[in-house]
Design a protein around this ligand. Structure first.
Ligand code: HEM
Length: 227
């Protein structure tokens, strides 16, 4: 009969430290990205203004501000210590995450994503991301209201993976620029469109696959292995 052997857990990054690292990453990201949009000055926008679509710029800025709320509160939501010891804070910051971040940010960007400045591949990828951001948020909220906490946890992890796609996007973008430059280096516009399109898709698909593996892995793999 196979024996179950408890093996010492490999050294792990403590959840509190992982959350602290994420908060530092979010702070750096926002410090770099937000200033261009806080002046509400269309010429300062890195996404080209669309004079033909008067709502484009206000909705883009709304999306970025609500997205910032989602990024900061997401870090609090995944912090196990806060959930365990301050459930009321978890509930309130969860409401802020969804109603002050994901839902208004996702709805605002639904009008921006289809006219992405970097072409149809980015448009389709960003629109799919926006829809999934809203769907996973609604599913997570409904599961919490119905006290289905296992489902709630899984849906919210998916939602947070999508929220963090914007941070992953910056890394993928640099990687694709480097990868594609030998082929498209003499056409900067084509290089930007190709790198942006590939990075939009990679940023959320890879995040979602990692979280899907995490939430679906068999419970036995989590603490010990059977030999
Ligand atoms: C997860 C769902 C999200 C979707 C579908 C989405 C989609 C978009 C789209 C379509 C654009 C305009 C791109 C263009 O026209 O070229 C954009 C820009 C931007 N988004 Fe998001 N986004 C999401 C999440 C976030 C979050 C959570 C933040 C956090 C602050 C954020 C920050 C930004 C910023 C700063 C820009 C301007 C880009 C730049 O200045 O280079 N987004 N996003």
């Amino acid at each position: 009969m196979p024996a179950t052997v408890e093996r010492p857990n490999p050294p792990r990054l403590r959840p509190g430290r992982a959350v602290a690292v994420l908060l530092v990453v979010v702070a750096l990201f926002l410090a770099l990205e937000l200033p261009a949009y806080l002046g509400f000055d269309p010429p300062a926008s890195r996404v080209p203004a669309r004079p033909d679509l008067p709502l484009h710029y206000p909705l883009l800025v709304a999306h970025i501000l609500f997205g910032s709320v989602a990024l900061v509160t997401a870090c609090l939501q995944i912090w196990p210590w806060l959930r365990r010891t301050h459930p009321a804070v978890h509930r309130w910051s969860g409401r802020a995450y969804l109603f002050g971040g994901v839902f208004p940010g996702g709805l605002a960007v639904l009008a921006v994503a289809p006219v992405s400045s970097t072409g149809p591949v980015s448009s389709v990828g960003n629109t799919a991301l926006a829809v999934l951001w809203l769907v996973t948020g609604v599913a997570g909220y409904r599961a919490a209201r119905a006290h289905r906490y296992g489902d709630h946890r899984r849906w919210m992890l998916r939602s947070v993976a999508l929220t963090f796609s914007i941070v992953a996007n910056r890394i993928w973008l640099v990687a694709y620029f480097l990868l594609f430059s030998p082929f498209l280096g003499d056409d900067p516009a084509a290089l930007a469109v190709a790198a942006a399109g590939a990075s939009v898709w990679s940023s959320w698909v890879v995040n979602l696959l990692v979280v899907e593996w995490w939430v679906l892995r068999p419970p036995g793999r989590r603490r010990h292995r059977a030999v």
